[in-house]
Every structure is written in C-alpha cells, then in structure tokens.
Design a protein around this ligand. Structure first.
Ligand code: Z5A
Length: 212
C-alpha cells in the first residue's frame, strides 16, 4: 500500500551476516550524506536503548533465556515502538540509514526453524524501506574477520542457515553488494546507489508498507 507524502527522506536498510560490514558502512554513509547537505540519521535494530531493547540485549549476551517465538515478537515490538518516530523523521525530510530491520528478524528466526510466514506476520504494516543494501559475504569469510564468539548467534553453522533464509527474502528493493571487496570500494558502490534513492525520495516517491 502506498502513501503520498511529497518531499521526504529516504529509508535505507543495510542487511547481511555478522561481520559483513553493516556498522562500518552505515556510519560512513551517514557522514557522506550529511557532507552533501542531506539531513541523515543512523539507526539500528535492535534498538537496545528502550526497555524492550534491553530485554533483547540481555538475551543476545546470554544473560537471559527466551523461547524463540517470544524473542521474535520482542524484536518486532522493538521496531513497532520506533515506527511512528521513523515516519515523522522521514516525512520531515531526514533520511534514515538503518543497520538491520525486519529482514534480520525473519532470517534469524526462520534459521532457528520457525515458519517464515509466521515470522513475517507481526512485521506486516511496518514501513517498507526504499532500498535494502545486502552486504554479501560467505559465512566462512565473515568468520575470518574475527570477533566471533561473544554473542548468541555467532556460530558458523547458524550463520550458514541465516544466509540461506536471507536468500528467500530478496525483492526488487534489494541491491546485492559484494562485501568482500576493500572497505573503500564497497563504500563507493553504496554511495552511488544511495544517492540516487535519496534524490528520488526528495522528488516525492511514496512511502509503502511491508508485506501487504
Ligand atoms: N537480530 C535478530 O535475530 N532479529 C532481529 O529482528 C534483529 C536482529 C534486528 C544483533 O546484532 C543480533 O540480533 C544479530 C541479529 C539479531 N545477530 N547476530 N549475530 P548486531 O546488529 O548488534 O551485531 P552484528 O550484526 O553482529 O554486527 P557486527 O558483528 O558488528 O557486524 P557488522 O556491523 O556487519 O560489521 P562491522 O562491525 O562493520 O565490521 C566487522 C569487522 O569487519 C570490523 O573489524 C571491520 O573493520 C571489518 N570489515 C568491515 N568491512 C570490511 C571489508 N570490506 N573488508 C575487510 N574487513 C572489513
């Protein structure tokens, strides 16, 4: 479903496996767009600053145990609690670069064995991104980048399943970027694609909603 809203900010999501470079590329993108005079904010999910986010954070660091369905719904609630602010920001002309969104929710939970359609259901109606940048890297290469082992999902076998689940989610809003290239090269490719979308949104591209 589409909604006309004149000139607005672009909603851009970065997705990918752990260590694919989302965090590095998201912050570089915000600096780039700000430098060009486009008001931009960096967001990330889970947003660990809210009380729901703190429950998720405790789960991720193995300080609490939750049923797979329960944690899935908490991730979803964490997006819903931010959704009206997200819409306000976009409509006021601020672009949002978002590190992980619903696709992480569906890919990680279905990798645990939950039904994909069940995973999508609580996400129906959330704002849909204008563009999803998927930083493509094999689970083996990502693991070589180091730092694995701290949080709950940082296991090679599980990341392989997540990669397979992500592949079922691609649609026309996705661009797949080879994340094994040098950081600067990835950044350059992302900048070209993002700038095009920021301009299109300024020209009044309508907002839409997920999975309707
Ligand atoms: N999760 C979920 O289950 N359901 C949901 O709905 C949501 C999330 C939203 C949160 O993790 C966990 O929650 C996540 C999914 C799940 N689970 N896992 N696992 P997070 O987002 O807080 O953290 P993360 O995804 O694990 O982020 P990360 O490990 O920080 O990875 P990254 O942001 O993609 O990469 P990075 O920090 O930019 O880079 C990692 C390292 O690689 C760093 O040393 C860089 O310098 C290096 N790097 C980056 N790019 C390159 C290139 N191109 N070449 C060489 N080295 C590079």
């Amino acid at each position: 479903r589409f909604e006309n809203c004149g000139s607005r900010g672009a909603f851009i999501v970065l997705e990918g496996l752990d260590r694919s470079g989302k965090t590095s590329q998201s912050s570089a993108m915000v600096s780039y767009l700000e430098g060009l005079g486009h008001p931009t904010e960096l967001w990330r999910f889970p947003d660990r600053t809210t009380s729901i986010g703190q429950m998720i954070s405790a789960y991720l660091s193995n300080q609490s145990q939750l049923d797979d369905h329960t944690i899935h719904l908490l991730y979803s609630a964490n997006r819903w609690e931010k959704s009206s602010l997200m819409e306000t920001k976009l409509k006021s002309g601020t672009s949002l670069i978002v590190d992980r969104y619903s696709y992480s929710g569906v890919a990680f939970s279905s990798a645990k064995g939950l039904d994909c359609e069940w995973c999508k259901a609580p996400e129906i109606g959330l704002l849909a991104p204008d563009l999803v940048l998927y930083l493509d890297i094999s689970p083996e290469k990502a693991a070589e980048r180091g730092g694995y082992g701290g949080e709950r999902y940082e296991k090679l076998e599980f990341q392989r399943k997540v990669a397979q689940c992500y592949q079922t989610l691609h649609d026309s809003s996705w661009k797949i970027i080879d994340a094994c290239q040098p950081i600067d090269e990835v950044q350059k490719q992302l900048q070209e694609i993002v700038l095009e979308h920021v301009k299109a949104c300024k020209n009044g591209r309508p907002l839409s909603h997920l999975w309707r």
